[in-house]
Design a binder for this molecule. Structure first.
Ligand code: SF4
Length: 362
């Protein structure tokens, strides 16, 4: 598909926030149940305010698989909209207000590299290997996992996905987020010596033959640029000031950060933990700033801060603006179906197999 967003005319670019909100609400009322707007938690306040459903990538994938809406507007990044297109029916159309909103992490695993590495590992290991891809990956990666007996996972169900894989194979290769893979495998009791990192630019991924044979989990060398902004030094500083502070981190953070934290879990887990926490309790959260700031304003009775001296944010998520959402809806209303996300037919069936294996996990 064309990853360039449709050009927005000046009449829209010059509209006030009030007028944009009014136009969005007007179209939502007009289209009713034919339209569903899905919003990821990392969206800005002004965009998420219009979401019919908000959630993390797992929750939104499940909602997309269940909705009957004809038009699904995905306020998130591109791979999420692709996932929605894969799990919806042919008569449903998925849109993203800016198709150029990619994901640094998803781009870490290119299918050509992955296929080369898969072949390389097969030549040196006779073990049965199950591929798992984090949902933050392209449709081609999901299809690869579907074709090779594997599945998709999110940060909400990575542990269950790993268990599923070990019931069917001897080893797992985990794409593309090394940190989610390492943190989850270690939490399941797999020793660090049994978890290796595969650098696709090096022979044998930079590993010895012995370490490959002994490995239970092979991690792809990918990471989320936003979640690498958190560090152990800052945790130590906060603990010196307040020994009672609760440190809660997303599993895309580095292993050292995850180990130094009190709690680790998906976006949905972080929200659950903080919503259920005692009034007056103090929390430092390692994830994207829009979510942390929303938690802060939703729970003024708790002390909530981001786990860094600045506010790490996802530039890709920030590409979805109120203006782009309003223009997207305006064009749908006029029958001009811009920014539709259509996954290449060659990937749909296999990617759906991998996604359905995930959706059936819980
Ligand atoms: S926060 Fe990280 S993983 Fe999430 S969309 Fe942004 S770059 Fe991708």
């Amino acid at each position: 598909m064309n990853l360039n967003p449709a050009k927005i005319p000046d009449s829209f670019l010059n509209m006030s926030v009030d007028d944009l909100n009014e136009r969005i609400i007007e179209i939502k009322v007009k289209l009713g149940k034919r339209l569903q707007i899905l919003g990821h938690h990392y969206m800005s306040d002004e965009v998420i305010a219009h979401a019919d459903e908000r959630g993390d990538s797992f929750a939104l994938a499940k909602i997309a698989a269940q909705t009957d809406a004809e038009f699904i507007v995905f306020c998130g990044v591109h791979f999420m909209a692709e996932t929605a297109d894969i799990v919806t029916a042919l008569n449903q159309k998925v849109f993203i207000p800016d198709p150029g909103a990619g994901c640094f992490l998803a781009d870490c695993a290119r299918i050509r590299d992955v296929e080369n590495v898969w072949r390389e590992i097969e030549t040196v290991s006779s073990h049965k290997i199950i591929p798992i891809t984090y949902v933050n990956s392209g449709a081609d990666m999901k299809a690869f996992c579907g074709d090779n007996g594997g599945l998709v996972c999110t940060s909400s169900n990575a542990a269950v996905a790993l268990k599923w894989a070990f019931e069917r194979g001897d080893k797992v290769i985990f794409f593309p987020d090394q940190h989610l893979g390492r943190n989850t495998a270690f939490a399941l009791g797999i020793a660090l010596e049994e978890i290796i990192l595969w650098n696709p630019d090096e022979a044998l991924g930079g590993n010895s033959l012995d370490s490959i044979k002994q490995a239970k989990v092979i991690l792809w060398d990918g990471f989320c640029i936003v979640h690498q902004e958190f560090d152990v030094g800052y945790i130590e500083k906060l603990r010196q000031v307040d020994p009672q502070i609760n440190i809660i981190v997303h599993p895309e953070c580095d292993f050292s950060v995850a180990q130094a934290a009190d709690f680790m879990g998906s976006t949905a887990y972080i929200i659950r933990m903080i919503s259920a926490a005692q009034p007056g309790s103090h929390w430092a959260v390692a994830t994207e700033k829009n979510l942390v700031n929303r938690l802060k304003s939703s729970y003024p009775d708790k002390r909530i801060e981001i786990l860094q001296s600045f506010e790490p944010y996802c530039k890709s998520m920030a590409q979805i603006t109120l203006t782009k959402l309003a223009y997207q809806l305006d064009q749908i209303d006029r029958g001009n179906l811009i920014n539709q996300v259509i996954v290449d037919d060659q990937y749909v069936i296999s990617a759906r197999i991998a996604l359905n294996r995930m959706l059936e996990l819980t």
